[in-house]
Write a protein that binds this ligand. Structure first.
Ligand code: HAM
Length: 445
């Protein structure tokens, strides 16, 4: 029989011994407390400019159907063939952790009928992406991108706007980057170019120098041979036919217009005929923002993008021209670190440190903490510490301009002690007036 009202006490569960330490997965990064100011600086700079240019924030899920990427990024792309984190879920669906944002954004554009909104639709997207790549400096298995895309605009001025914006963001971050740019033509002119390219690479003296991967690429995706990083392949690519020489008239005019505007806007660019980008959906313009790296082997690509006029239709939507780019957040931060950029934060020099002795003073101090926050002052405190000496030491350590002290005496007579941390001078203030006095002294009224 079960005894009534008898409380059962849960027995402690015997756990298996914990492994001595867990470590993060290979190629993954933790963002630590001291890292955040610079993340914040990068995101704020990018979001502010995106807003100025009329981009609106969207988000998409981390998981999508695997076939979305196979169809858009490309069945033969490195992302799909080598780098995707994919699995079959409990419903038997083939799922992928997103390796890039563009396919998901296009899926969302079609699914929610953004076509019926006034065009162009300009989207801003930020989030983590997953690529099972070989980790190295600036290349992680989870990284973050800020994506900017313009849908429903075929004019070369849309390409100019995204390149200009990309350049403005990195410049505002204090980074000097160069724009590498190329045109990949369209479905009218590219096939002719590919034939010329294949003819060049099939010449024995050229083919014999190619790496094994490039020999396969020649069969499946010949353009990719141009951006192989093997020294021998780079050498052969130098003399290869260039797409810009085979552009049809509309593609040529489109490209020339972009370059004219970039000249007019003083955006430094470099015509790079080997730039093809690793994703299959690009048409016409492709570009990357690159910087020489002091620590990585090759120039670092901080971001890249281009035009993808056929992707919306290819994924089931109505024909919609589009272009965009993405910046790699970790790469931007790496560059800021290499340039030793120090980002100031509100924590750097707090206006006031609050110190107190005893529980009564602590309560009053907590209430004042909230009042001072409301007038916009930056406050540091250590409500858990009992020793006044330790609190004053902390106030100097964090560089507070003033310390406000409530001890037993101040608690009884309704005052508060104000200490100027630089001069060491002290004055007694009426507790009721402290908020107004401090706001005035620190220019917050
Ligand atoms: P993506 O060139 O593959 O383009 O990536 C954009 C940027 O993300 C790169 O330039 C680089 O800064 C950063 N990135 C890429 N992979 C990694 C990695 N493994 N670790 C750290 N950073 C990385 C795209 O993904 C296109 N969807 C961009 C786009 C948007 N095109 C049109 N709209």
């Amino acid at each position: 029989m079960v005894e009534k009202n008898k409380t059962t006490v849960a027995r402690p569960v015997k756990h298996e011994a914990a492994p001595s330490s867990f470590r993060r997965l290979k190629g993954m990064k933790d963002v630590l407390p001291g890292d955040y100011p610079v993340w914040d600086f990068v995101l704020r700079t990018a979001f502010r400019l995106a807003d100025f240019h009329g981009f609106e924030r969207v988000d998409t899920p981390v998981l999508e159907n695997l076939s979305l990427y196979e169809r858009s990024s490309g069945r033969t792309s490195d992302i799909v063939t080598k780098e995707m984190y994919s699995f079959v879920d409990k419903s038997g669906d083939r799922i992928a952790l997103r390796p890039e944002a563009t396919p998901g954004i296009v899926r969302s554009y079609i699914e929610h009928g953004w076509l019926n909104l006034p065009q162009p639709v300009k989207t801003l997207w930020y989030g983590p992406l997953f690529r099972h790549d070989k980790p190295q400096l600036g290349r992680y298995r989870q990284h973050h991108q800020i994506n900017f895309d313009i849908f429903g605009e075929a004019s070369p001025l849309a390409d100019v706007q995204v390149i200009f914006l990309a350049h403005q963001i990195v410049s505002d971050l204090g980074i000097k980057a160069q724009v590498d740019i190329n045109s990949l033509g369209c479905s009218d002119c590219r096939p002719n170019y590919i034939n010329k390219l294949l003819a060049y690479y099939r010449e024995k003296k050229h083919r014999d120098q190619l790496c094994q991967d490039c020999r396969k690429r020649l069969l499946k995706n010949p353009l990719r041979v141009l951006d192989c990083k093997e020294p021998a392949c780079i050498n052969v690519a130098r003399e290869a036919p260039q797409m810009v020489d085979y552009l049809c008239d509309p593609c040529k005019q489109h490209f020339v217009k972009i370059l004219e505007f970039l000249d007019g806007l003083s955006v430094p660019y470099n015509l790079n005929s080997q730039l093809v980008r690793g994703l299959d959906y690009y048409t016409r313009t492709v570009f990357e923002l690159v910087v020489p790296s002091q620590t990585a082997e090759r120039p670092l690509s901080l971001g890249g993008g281009g035009r993808y006029d056929q992707l919306v239709e290819y994924l089931g939507g109505r024909p919609t021209p589009a272009c965009g780019f993405a910046l790699g957040v970790e790469r931007l931060i790496l560059q800021l670190d290499e340039n030793h950029v120090k980002v100031a934060t509100s924590q750097d020099q707090p206006d006031i440190f609050l110190a107190q002795l005893g529980d009564g003073a602590r309560l009053k101090s907590l209430l004042l903490f909230e009042e001072l926050r409301q007038v916009g002052l930056t406050i540091r405190q250590s409500f858990t510490k009992d020793s006044l000496k330790a609190q004053l030491a902390l106030a100097s350590q964090v560089g507070a301009k003033y310390t406000l002290i409530i001890g037993q005496k101040e608690l009884l007579d309704g005052t508060i002690l104000l200490r100027d941390m630089e001069s060491g001078s002290q004055e007694v203030l009426d507790f009721k007036k402290v908020k107004t006095i401090m706001a005035k002294r620190l220019g917050k009224n």
